[in-house]
Design a protein around this ligand. Structure first.
Ligand code: NAI
Length: 286
C-alpha cells in the first residue's frame, strides 16, 4: 500500500520542500502539503494555472499530484495563540484552520493517518543582522518559526503517524560552524533543531516507532535563501571548496529524504545527514 506524506513548507517550486515532495511522489507516496498562509493564494493559483507543470514532471513522465494543500502557520499551535491582528488580517481571515493543531486535525479527518512528516520551513526576521545585533524578539521569532515549529508539528502529527513512519527536517551547517551572514539567531535555531532531532528520535521512537532525522543541506537558491542575501557567494564557495565540485540540486536533497523515509533507512534515527557535496568534511578551503 502506498504511503502518505505531509510536507510543511512548500509555497513554490524552487525550494527543498517541493523537491522532497517530488522524490516522495516518484517513490509512490501520496502528497499533502502545508503552505504558509500569506503565500497560499499565489501558490494555489499558480498550481491551478499550470505554472508549475514543467517542474511537476516525474522521472516516469507523469505529473506529481498534490492531493491537498492545507493553509498553515507553524508559529501558532492553536487559535488561542494567535494575536488579534493576525486573526483579522485579510489573508488569515480568508482561510481557516491554519494552526498546527487544526491542520493535524484536518488531515486526520480527511485521511486518517500519514506515514511521513516533513518540516521544510524556517523564518528569521532578523536573519541579515549579526547575532550581536539581534534583538530578543528577533531571536525568539527565529526559534519559534524554525525550531519549535518542528516540535509542535511532530507533537500534533504523532498520534496519526503510522508506526514505522518517519519524520524529516532540514538544517544547515551554521548550527555547528561559523557561517558569517547567517544571523538573527538562525544559527542558534538550527542548533536547537539538530539537538531536538536526537531527543525527538528517542521520544517518538519509544512512543510510536517513528524515526526522526534531519538533513544538513548545502546551499540552494530558494526564495528563503535569496532573502538572506549571501546565497550566490555560498554556492560559489562550495563549488570551489567542496570535494564534489558541482552545484547541488534540490533533487539530490529530495532523494536523500526519500531514502530516509523508506524502509532502506529502518535503523537510522536521530541523525544529521549531510547532503552538501561533502563540504562539511573540509577543514580549510583550498
Ligand atoms: P523555501 O522558501 O522554499 O522554504 C521555506 C518555506 O517556509 C517557505 O515556503 C515559507 O513560506 C515557509 N514558512 C516560513 N514561515 C512559515 C510559518 N510560520 N509557517 C509555515 N510556513 C512558513 O526555502 P528553502 O531554502 O527550501 O527552505 C526549506 C528548509 O531548508 C528550511 O528549513 C531551510 O532552513 C533549509 N535549508 C536551506 C538551505 C538553502 O541553501 N536554501 C540550506 C540548508 C537548509
Amino acid at each position: 500500500k502506498g504511503k502518505r506524506a505531509f510536507i510543511a513548507g512548500v509555497a513554490d517550486d524552487h525550494g527543498y520542500g517541493w523537491a522532497i515532495a517530488k522524490s516522495l511522489a516518484a517513490a509512490g507516496a501520496e502528497i499533502l502539503v502545508g503552505t504558509w498562509v500569506p503565500a497560499l493564494n499565489i501558490f494555489e493559483s499558480s498550481l491551478r494555472r499550470g505554472k508549475f507543470d514543467e517542474s511537476r514532471v516525474l522521472p516516469d513522465g507523469s505529473l506529481m499530484e498534490i492531493t491537498k494543500v492545507y493553509p498553515l502557520d507553524a508559529v501558532f499551535d492553536n487559535l488561542e495563540d494567535a494575536p488579534e491582528d493576525i486573526k483579522t488580517n485579510k489573508r488569515y481571515a480568508g482561510s481557516a484552520k491554519w494552526t498546527v493543531q487544526e491542520v493535524a486535525e484536518s488531515v486526520k479527518e480527511d485521511f486518517g493517518t500519514i506515514d511521513i512528516l516533513v518540516h521544510s520551513l524556517a523564518n528569521g526576521p532578523e536573519v541579515t543582522k549579526p547575532l550581536l545585533e539581534t534583538s530578543r524578539k528577533g531571536y525568539l521569532a527565529a526559534i519559534s518559526a524554525s525550531s519549535y515549529s518542528y516540535v509542535s508539528l511532530l507533537k500534533h502529527f504523532l498520534p496519526i503517524l503510522n508506526p514505522g513512519g518517519a519524520s524529516i527536517s532540514l538544517t544547515y551547517i551554521a548550527s555547528e560552524r561559523i557561517i558569517p551572514g547567517y544571523g538573527g539567531g538562525m544559527s542558534s535555531a538550527k542548533a536547537a533543531l539538530e539537538s531536538d532531532t536526537r531527543v525527538l528520535a528517542f521520544e517518538a521512537g519509544r512512543k510510536r516507532k517513528i524515526r526522526v532525522n534531519t538533513i544538513s543541506a548545502g546551499p540552494l537558491r530558494s526564495r528563503a535563501a535569496k532573502a538572506i542575501g549571501f546565497i550566490d557567494m555560498m554556492i560559489d564557495y562550495s563549488l570551489v571548496n567542496a570535494p564534489l565540485q558541482k552545484e547541488l540540486s534540490a533533487e539530490e536533497v529530495g532523494n536523500a529524504a526519500a531514502f530516509l523515509a523508506s524502509p532502506l533507512a529502518s535503523a537510522i534515527t536521530g541523525t544529521v545527514l549531510y547532503v552538501d557535496n561533502g563540504l562539511n568534511a573540509m577543514g580549510v578551503g583550498i
